[in-house]
Ligand binder design. Sequence first.
Ligand SMILES: O=C(CO)COP(=O)(O)O
Ligand SMILES: O=C[C@H](O)COP(=O)(O)O
Ligand SMILES: [Zn+2]
Ligand SMILES: [Zn+2]
Length: 359
Amino acid sequence: MARITLRQLLDDAAEHGYGVPAFNINNMEQVLAIMNAAAAVDAPVILQASRGARSYAGDIMLTKMVEAAEAMYPQIPICLHQDHGNDETTCLSAIQIGFTSVMMDGSLKADMKTPADYDYNLDITRRVTEMAHRVGVSVEGELGVLGSLETGEGEAEDGHGAEGKLSHDQLLTDPDSAVAFVRDTGVDALAIAMGTSHGAYKFSRKPDGDILAMHVIRAINERMPGLHMVMHGSSSVPQDLQEAFNAAGGEMPQTWGVPIEEIQTGIKYGVRKVNIDTDCRLAMAAQFRRVATEKRAEFDPRKFLQPAMAALEALCRERFEAFGTAGHATRIRPVPLAGMAKRYANGSLAPRAAVAAAA
Ligand SMILES: O=C(CO)COP(=O)(O)O
Ligand SMILES: O=C[C@H](O)COP(=O)(O)O
Ligand SMILES: [Zn+2]
Ligand SMILES: [Zn+2]
């Protein structure tokens, strides 16, 4: 009932100066926890599904869960987004089953391990964007490879991430190339590389400008004030969640994520979508561990899942409030895909506007 495209949602976010967390979903408990948090603070929602999530739940179960969420929370606009699409097939099949937004991640080849060159990325992203826009669906591209400026390595913990050592040139999005890439592909949003990586082990110390390159965001924003930037690997890996996990027998070595204040600074300079999965996993897993150690006779899965959902709901609510997403849901009137398709066709959504504004 209230499915929204990424483009419309991020345009609204830019107009009103907020950012939107994009939470990964795999199961009913995550969907309900995220939606309960959104309903409590009137926040629009981005639910994103990885290729892993699509094979874990299955496309039918995944899309039916989102349909259920629409019916249960009709006042909350929901963007259903393909996270890290690796090729045309992944993106087009997502569109076919009702996703309103896809990420074509051409910074890596289709194996999601081999860093791709600029021309490969440009070509595949442009082709996906042309097709998606015909039916009104939004596209996120990625320029630059996610990975650590400390180690020069991408992360490989979930089967997605560059292999081998990467240079700082690869690990940091070049602002001038970003302008050309957006202009030549027509993407609605651009994921940038700035020293973050997926998973819990992003930084070996509280990040400063040497390892979390906020200057990349400012430089791109100066050139394209209208561009919607996406921060991947943006879990904060909060100390209290690490402690809760370890207090219940977990063995997570001390680690640092992306501080909330840095994300808030990013939002001031054009970051509109903030990808968060690790924090959600950790919030739930800490509760699974706690129940398992405190109640050793417990075997009802709901007794593990209910506190896990409560912890995830609290986390999502904090992010909606911290990023300024709260309070915007009921005001937004989602434009149907056909309406968005018309706007792409008549040129009114072309990135030209964003690029020209930089002049
Ligand atoms: O970028 C992400 C999904 O695309 C998630 O990042 P985290 O691992 O930091 O949560
Ligand atoms: O892109 C990374 C997300 O954290 C999704 O992870 P996943 O592929 O294990 O579902
Ligand atoms: Zn990538
Ligand atoms: Zn990501």
